[in-house]
Design a protein around this ligand. Structure first.
Ligand SMILES: Cc1cc2nc3c(=O)[nH]c(=O)nc-3n(C[C@H](O)[C@H](O)[C@H](O)COP(=O)(O)OP(=O)(O)OC[C@H]3O[C@@H](n4cnc5c(N)ncnc54)[C@H](O)[C@@H]3O)c2cc1C
Length: 489
């Protein structure tokens, strides 16, 4: 057991998970959060009797959450319940094709064979390829610290280097999907997984074709009380373990003695610590909390392209639409044009792919009787100063026209109330540089190697967790970053 003191900057999911892991190891842990509530991007919106999960809506790998209860000697199911989805998502194409992604493999194959020109063989080939990549990268890149090029001198790193070709880094996700599928519906279906970490399938390496494996092999889940209940359950667990949370407490500075972090400064007060862990976006950690030490900034890492951001409309809807499920995708007719607009023109495409998440389908009390809570999201570029007011107004009109046409229903008339989240809001509410939702993008084959490491190479006693550092964004990877740092300590 250790009596060392750890301070954590930010109560995002990775910060909370790190707090739990270190409290279990005997550290005295204190978390400082700028906002009035914990969760960061994983928040909630409540309006006129409707409740919405504000950010993440798809839960994969819930066992990483269970694990936090297990290591604390608690039975996870008593504190946090979730169910596996039989239908992962419903897909609506512009040519009127509809696909239901069943979790059951045979049922899904049947669905594809019935509604597209694809053969089950192609799905099996894709699944085998995805599984193969997962087996290669999981032990080397996901479950352990990755320290850049010097990894080549470790046993695991050298093995990964030898396997580089097998990781399919030489072509893009889209090229790989085109080589497997004949039918464009399936190419678009599998290209979309690039957006799970805010990337572009036309430039991101085919290694990212590992992502469907997490959803299709391990499953998609829904927490019984919605996504925000993950945060409530984990903060309760952390408190039980003695972690102290300070809200409305923005950290202004990481205090250094030479090249060693010795604490933080909050509201003018210095809090001493043996270890400082930043769950804050790594770009702002350096540029705000370590701005007096430009020589210690990893400039190349910080200069990388950011992941895409999101525009979300939270709509209270006055009707129940039986055609929709918990997760629904309305694809654009021209996917390439959509990604070109996001990544090259840094703007919003006129026919965006629209994602609708409706938690009231499984948790009816999230909406009043006879109503539904729609979380309507499109992928948009990170904030580089676009005219967001004009873009949002245009996007809203385009989304309503698209949904009304696909669902044969005047959706605009069903909206009872609305809240909007755009890249500027994501940036200001969670200090995520440019409002990107997954840190840096994975749009080139070196991106995975160039993410900021979990331990500072320059500053002693300084560690990093969360979606902007290794191994990446999204709830499962954020939870793995917490595990890596707890093990490193
Ligand atoms: C719209 C949207 C949809 C998403 N969909 C999914 C999904 O379906 N599935 C999925 O797995 N992931 C999804 N994600 C990504 C996922 O939400 C993130 O990867 C994850 O929640 C990031 O957690 P984090 O621990 O890195 O911290 P964050 O959530 O970024 O939180 C960081 C915290 O640090 C605090 N902070 C920052 N600066 C300071 C400071 N100076 N002092 C004190 N506190 C500070 C912030 O206030 C914040 O609370 C989505 C994200 C968004 C926005």
């Amino acid at each position: 057991m250790s009596s060392k003191k750890v301070v954590i900057i930010g109560a995002g999911i990775a910060g909370i998970a790190t707090a739990i892991r270190l409290a279990v190891k005997g550290y005295a842990v204190e978390v400082f959060e700028a906002n009035a509530t914990p969760g960061g991007k994983l928040g909630e919106v409540i309006k006129d009797g409707f409740r919405f999960d504000a950010g993440p809506s798809l839960l994969t790998m819930p066992e990483y959450i269970d694990d936090l209860f297990s290591i604390a000697g608690k039975e996870a199911a008593k504190y946090f319940q979730y169910q596996k989805l039989d239908v992962t998502c419903k897909y609506f194409y512009e040519d009127s094709t509809k696909l239901t992604a069943y979790a059951d493999k045979e049922k899904f194959e049947q669905e594809i064979v019935t509604h597209t020109n694809e053969l089950a063989d192609a799905l099996q080939k894709q699944a085998a390829n995805s599984a193969r990549i997962y087996e290669l990268i999981n032990p080397v890149f996901l479950q352990r610290a990755f320290k850049g090029l010097k990894e080549i001198f470790t046993k695991e790193g050298f093995k990964a280097f030898l396997n580089l070709k097998k990781l399919d880094t030489g072509r893009t996700m889209h090229q790989a999907n085109k080589s497997i599928f004949e039918d464009e519906h399936l190419v678009q279906f599998y290209d979309r997984y690039a957006t799970y970490n805010g990337s572009n399938p036309y430039t991101a390496p085919a290694t990212l074709n590992v992502i469907p494996h997490l959803e299709q092999e391990f499953g998609a889940y829904f927490p019984a009380e919605g996504m925000y209940s993950i945060i409530i359950a984990l903060v309760d667990l952390a408190r039980m373990l003695g972690v102290k949370f300070n809200y409305n407490s923005p950290v202004d500075e990481i205090v250094l003695n030479g090249k060693t972090a010795t604490g933080i400064k909050v509201k003018g007060e210095v809090i001493d610590a043996d270890v400082v862990i930043a769950n804050m976006d790594v770009w702002f950690t350096y540029n705000k909390l370590l701005k007096g030490y430009p020589k210690l900034h990893p400039k190349k890492v910080l200069a990388q392209e950011r992941s895409s951001s999101a525009l979300v409309f939270y709509w209270g809807i006055s009707k129940k639409l039986a055609r929709l499920d918990l997760h629904n995708i309305f694809f654009s007719a021209d996917y390439k044009a959509e990604f070109d607009q996001i990544w090259q023109q840094k703007t919003i495409y006129q026919d965006p792919t629209v994602y609708i998440n409706i938690t009231s389908k499984l948790k009816p009390k999230d909406a009043p009787q006879g109503c539904e809570n729609w979380f309507v999201m499109i992928n948009v570029p990170a904030n580089t100063g676009q005219d967001w007011e004009a873009l949002i107004a245009q996007a809203r009109a385009n989304i309503l026209a698209k949904l009304s046409s696909r669902l044969n229903e005047n959706i605009g008339k069903l909206i009872m109330n609305e809240t909007v989240l755009d890249p500027r809001g994501i940036e200001s509410k969670t200090s995520s540089y440019q409002g990107s939702i997954y840190g840096t993008s994975s749009n080139n084959k070196y991106a995975a190697f160039n993410r900021h490491a979990n331990q500072s190479a320059q500053i002693n006693n300084l560690y990093f967790v969360g979606g902007s550092v290794h191994p990446g964004g999204g709830i499962p990877l954020c939870l793995l970053s917490a595990k890596i740092v707890a093990e490193a300590l």
